[in-house]
Design a protein. Structure first.
Length: 456
């Protein structure tokens, strides 16, 4: 198993000067701290900024430069949207509506859970908030209700639904720029390292076909990997129907939230035409939520996850930009991946992406892997001569897909498997087999789709 930061020392650091080595050491120590979390992530990044400033490794006027990056404020706004979706109860309502309407068989109820993730993904950038906070509780409640009626058959269905909810969370995390916390960070790295601008619409366009195909085949794959002795899902529909009756009609705050979210999504999709940045659109949406009192100012201040993300994202972007500008990433990537230079672009890119995916066995955070490894793997992919846009997006998509390999790969994973419906052995087995399926879909069918788009 690889340890976070291991790849950074695959090649000797003799090619780096003292300042570069110091910067790399602080960055690596920060990433390890983000994974192990001996202290909260914000504490680790603040300490890193202090060390870099006091040692003059990074000029003091640049230590806070990450907070001027638009990606930081985009993800901050998206966390606030997530809080509004949860506070108003709209997320649960969407989940129950889809299950009640489409839950006629294990496959259709699996699709309904995947569709719930898909609907919520553009607005909730946290897999822990979306998967662990909304989808996993709904799956657990439905499974529990089904088990109470159907006994062992209900327990089997609970395992099936848990796996579908788990894997669909990371498929949908890969599909939108705003559906995973580190995706805007990836966009920033792509801009810096490959001179590629990953807009919201461009990201979604590249992911829509492989992503939808992956969601469609997911329940069938789970039925094959985890056969069911009974396929009766009526108890799940009954549970969703009763839950909706308790919720009642859409509240005033839910209606206002829907209006704001639709307008924000429309603004993101049309950004190439009107020229307003995704961050400005998002901040306008936050202002709308405040003006219409969907969330109050005190509730906004209480969203500690948003402010935590603001603090550590700004610091990580500053350090990552410093590594790029100081030439550290180029030295490491050239030394580690120089043997790929003679490979054909497509094959070389596939090797880089697959290696990047399986390295996640050594990580407990998608953001930590992106921060530690994305720039160097992107540089390696570019060495193969593959199209820079395909390189940036392929690694970006697999930065989310790799989280489904284990029960610890990201924050929401323990929530899904805490209900006891799936053993950890089954989780790992299914995770590996689905990683093969994802490679076939995203690097196989996805490549064909990107060829149709003219990206090759």
């Amino acid at each position: 198993m690889l340890v976070p930061g291991t790849l950074l020392y695959v090649v000797p650091v003799s090619g780096l000067n003292a300042s570069q080595q110091h910067l790399l050491a602080v960055f690596t120590a920060t990433v390890i701290a983000l994974v192990a979390q001996p202290v909260p992530m914000g504490v680790s990044t603040i300490l890193a900024m202090v060390v870099l400033a006091l040692t003059r490794t990074v000029p003091p006027d640049r230590v806070l430069s990450g907070y001027s990056n638009q990606s930081v404020w985009l993800i901050f706004s998206a966390f606030l949207f997530a809080g509004a979706v949860t506070r108003t109860g709209f997320g649960l309502r969407v989940a129950y509506l889809i299950v009640r309407r489409f839950g006629k068989s294990p496959v259709t109820i699996g699709w309904s859970i995947a569709a719930t993730n898909l609907v919520l993904a553009p607005f909730i950038p946290s897999d822990t908030g979306r998967g662990g906070g909304i989808v996993a509780p709904v799956v657990s409640s439905i499974a529990g209700a089904t088990r109470s009626v159907s006994g062992a058959a209900g327990a089997e269905l609970g395992g099936f639904l848990t796996l579908v909810g788990f894997h669909s969370t990371y498929t949908t995390s890969a599909m939108f720029l705003t559906s995973m916390a580190a995706n805007p960070l990836i966009a920033n790295f792509a801009q810096q390292g490959a001179k590629v601008k990953l807009t919201w619409s461009l990201w979604a366009l590249g992911a829509c076909v492989p992503g939808v195909i992956a969601l469609i085949v997911l329940p069938w794959c789970m039925l094959w990997l985890r056969p069911l002795s009974s396929r009766d899902t009526e108890p799940a529909r009954i549970f969703a129907r009763d839950a909706l009756q308790k919720l009642g009609g859409l509240s005033r705050h839910e209606l206002r939230l829907v209006v704001v979210l639709v307008l924000v999504l429309a603004g993101w999709i049309t950004s190439p035409w009107h020229g307003i940045s995704n961050t400005t659109v998002a901040m306008t949406g936050v202002a709308g939520l405040l003006i219409m009192q969907v969330i109050t100012w005190d509730e906004l201040l209480a969203e500690h996850r948003a402010f935590e993300a603001l603090i550590w994202f700004g610091a990580l972007i500053m350090m990552a930009d410093s590594l790029l500008q100081a030439g550290v990433i180029d030295v490491l990537a050239t030394g580690t991946f120089r043997h790929l230079a003679g490979w054909h672009g497509t094959v070389g890119l596939a090797v880089v992406v697959i290696l990047y995916m399986y390295v996640h066995y050594g990580f407990a955070s998608m953001t930590a892997q992106v921060t530690a490894l994305y720039p160097s793997f992107l540089a390696a992919a570019l060495v193969t001569g593959a199209n820079p846009l395909i390189c940036a997006l392929s690694l970006g998509y697999f930065s989310s897909l790799d989280a489904a390999l284990t029960h610890y790969g990201t924050g929401s994973a323990p929530v899904f498997f805490g209900n006891g419906y799936v053993t950890l052995g089954k989780c790992w087995t299914v995770g590996f087999l689905m990683s093969v399926v994802n490679v076939a879909i995203w690097l196989g069918l996805g490549t064909i789709w990107w060829k149709i788009l003219g990206w090759w």
